[in-house]
Design a protein around this ligand. Structure first.
Ligand code: ZN
Ligand code: ZN
Length: 365
């Protein structure tokens, strides 16, 4: 942590303690269904892992160790400084005109532009300079955006995996809601529709795990992940979290959201029998004693790739915001080792450069 970071760490920690004490009031889950095992009267839990989210004392221990040890180290093994990350300008004219080819473009972190059957989908859109509730503090974007939101094709669907700031950015949502040609349809986990409506966003479709709806010609399913949700100390696990499956006769795509490793992925592989492309997180995994329940490391990411039976996986949730203790570029070295360890071909699980687009051949499943 840098010097200004250290100066704000102590007051921030004190604020967290005060807010956590205030947050001990009871919540009611208005969508509680006792027949669903991830539902609770006061919110949601994971299928297989711990309930999601760490006690404040554990969070403070991590903050302390992080500040004491000066973590994370700067990226140095693979790229020289933050400017060393290559950023490509997407072929925007092609993307705007494309109506029939399946494409995937990595904007950065968990934000991908996916085009399937003429439908433009944006996952976990985050176009702000910081992934936090305010723009003067919090994790800063370390690699420039390859394209602005306004430069992208008009977005038809937005999928949101959960309420954390690196996945749900208010300014980006409001910009999308006023895009030329009308707002996209926002697909959100159960409970998040309340937050969206509070922002004045009405074109919202909410999903519980395994809900499937046909939207814009795509079969859309919300699927479990092992994670948690919160935007303030008062709303922990009040809205659901999870991944998204988008299926079309010519192409199928899976976005895993934010997740620890669990049997959920074997369930997803069994249910769908595989995907053409999966976006799976490979970053924000250290220290393991803190992160393991909620964020996979590259080895676990490759296990997810195998469990869900993806033809090709793209590593996401890395190289953009410095959220945890590993160097921002560490997945570049860790992923090939993980692939070799599990006998996965180099091209079956890849990392994109920021802004990189791949065009996929039409397939049927
Ligand atoms: Zn998260
Ligand atoms: Zn995240």
């Amino acid at each position: 942590m840098n010097a200004p970071g250290r100066r704000i760490a102590a007051p921030l920690a004190a604020l967290c303690v005060a807010l956590a004490l205030l947050a001990s009031c009871a919540h009611v889950n208005p969508d509680y269904d006792p027949s669903r095992r991830h539902h609770r009267p006061d919110g949601f839990v994971n299928n297989y892992g711990p309930a999601g989210g760490k006690p404040l004392s554990t969070l403070l221990t991590w903050f302390y160790q992080r500040a004491r040890d000066g973590l994370p180290p700067p990226p140095s093994t693979h790229v020289k400084g933050y400017e060393g990350f290559p950023v490509r300008k997407p072929d925007l004219a092609f993307l705007r005109a494309n109506r029939d080819q399946a494409t995937v473009t990595w904007i950065g972190h968990a934000t991908l532009l996916v085009q399937i059957g003429g439908v433009n989908i944006l996952t976990d859109p985050q176009f702000s300079e910081r992934a936090f509730m305010v723009q003067f503090m919090g994790p800063k974007r370390r690699v420039r955006l390859p394209a602005t939101l306004a430069e992208l094709p008009r977005i038809d669907l937005v999928t949101i995996s959960h309420s954390h700031y690196d996945h749900l950015d208010r300014a980006t949502i409001l910009a999308l809601n006023t895009q030329p040609g009308g707002p996209p349809r926002f697909l959100v986990p159960l409970g998040m529709e309340r937050w969206m409506r509070a922002q004045g966003v009405d074109n919202v479709e909410r999903f519980d795990w395994w809900d499937t709806k046909t939207i814009a010609g795509l079969q859309v399913t919300h699927v479990p992940a092992q994670h948690w949700s919160a935007r303030t100390p008062f709303d922990r696990n009040q809205s659901l979290w999870g991944g998204w499956v988008l299926r079309h006769p010519t192409f199928s795509f899976y976005h895993a959201g934010d997740t620890g490793y669990s049997r959920d992925f074997a369930d997803i592989g069994l249910r769908f029998g595989g995907f053409d492309v999966a976006a799976i997180p490979v970053g924000a995994y250290e220290p393991r004693w803190f992160m393991q329940d909620q964020h996979v490391d590259p080895d676990e990411a490759v296990r997810i790739h195998l469990d869900v039976k993806a033809r090709q996986s793209i590593g996401m949730h890395w190289g953009t915001f410095e959220l945890t203790d590993e160097p921002l570029d560490e997945p570049i070295g860790r992923l090939p080792t993980a692939r070799r360890g599990l006998g996965v071909a180099d091209d079956a699980f890849v990392l994109f450069e920021h802004g990189e687009t791949r065009v996929y051949p039409k397939r049927s499943r």
